[in-house]
Design a binder for this molecule. Structure first.
Ligand code: SAM
Length: 276
């Protein structure tokens, strides 16, 4: 018998009707369904009358669980990997098992479907040919502000946030990117109290406070793109001259290459000429 197949199956992020017919078919055919919380996944399985064997694979046992699942895959079994909600391995466990399967030559088949990031992006309305998925920002405020430094980009940035930090994060975003920059707040997507609001950061906190229930639930934020700035002009000659005051030509060329992006050999020749 050959090796089995690892199916990576996306599941609903709230509305159980978002499970695709193919995802249900794959879960029904799997010998083992690897899931974060067996109780959560059994709700989905029970709805479709699926009695598959479940095995917990979460952040705290991923390595040990992956070893057991690989043994089953080597044995020719079909394994379906799901997370509590959305797409596995996307701000969720699963990548370790998937990587191990690739290394062992086991076929990995994605069964695409819901993801909070894609759903929020699709409802945000920012026409962009790329975006950055930043996942969860650091929980500590100082680290979060530092992380925001790297997110001033000319394309949209998607952030996941927990309800107990949403107010603080919106304030930090307004402080860092200014009150005019737009944000899309997507909360409770596909669920009963779903809301998608697009507004300037300066009004985000008031929006959150307008209804007492708004701080609850699950959130995705999509930050509008920043201004596209032309790359700073670097004068290679001036960089070289400054470095040559303290360094030998080879060392000056090495560092100038890192600063300017110009080839080290070219800068070395220019350094020698400037030294003459
Ligand atoms: N793997 C999941 C996916 O594909 O979307 C994400 C898992 S991550 C642990 C959970 C985070 O996703 C939540 O804290 C929230 O930021 C976001 N999220 C999940 N479901 C959501 C929903 N229904 N509405 C808004 N955000 C959601």
């Amino acid at each position: 018998m050959g090796t089995g197949i690892l199916y990576v199956v996306a599941t609903p992020i709230g509305n159980l009707s978002d499970a695709s017919p193919r995802s249900i078919e794959v879960l029904r055919g799997a010998a083992i369904v690897a899931c974060e919380d067996t109780r959560t996944t059994r709700t989905l399985l029970a709805r479709h009358g699926i009695g598959a064997r479940t095995m917990a694979l979460h952040a705290h046992n991923e390595r040990a669980a992956a070893a057991k699942l690989l043994a089953a895959l080597r044995d020719g079994k079909y394994v379906a990997l799901v997370s509590d909600a959305g797409t596995p391995a996307l701000s969720d466990p699963g990548a370790l098992l998937v990587e191990a399967a690739h290394r062992e030559g086991i076929r990995v088949v994605p069964v695409p479907g819901p993801s909070a990031a894609a759903a929020a992006f699709s409802a945000a309305g920012f026409a962009a040919d790329r975006f950055l998925f930043a996942g969860f920002l650091p929980a500590a405020r100082a680290a979060r502000l530092k992380a925001l430094e790297e997110l001033d980009l000319p394309w949209p940035v998607i952030v996941y946030e927990a309800p107990h930090r949403i107010a603080e994060t919106l304030e930090d975003l307004a402080q860092r990117f200014g009150p005019e920059r737009e944000i899309v707040i997507a909360r409770e997507l596909t669920k009963k109290f779903e809301e998608v609001a697009r507004l300037p950061l300066g009004k985000a906190r008031a929006w959150l406070d307008a209804e007492p229930h708004r701080r609850q639930g699950e959130f995705v934020l999509v930050l509008a793109p920043g201004e596209r700035r032309p790359p700073a002009e670097v004068d290679a000659g001036r960089v070289l001259d400054a470095l040559l005051e303290a360094l030998a030509p080879s060392e000056a060329a090495r560092i100038a290459a890192r600063i300017t992006g110009i080839a080290r050999g070219v800068l070395y020749r220019r350094a020698l000429e400037r030294r003459k």
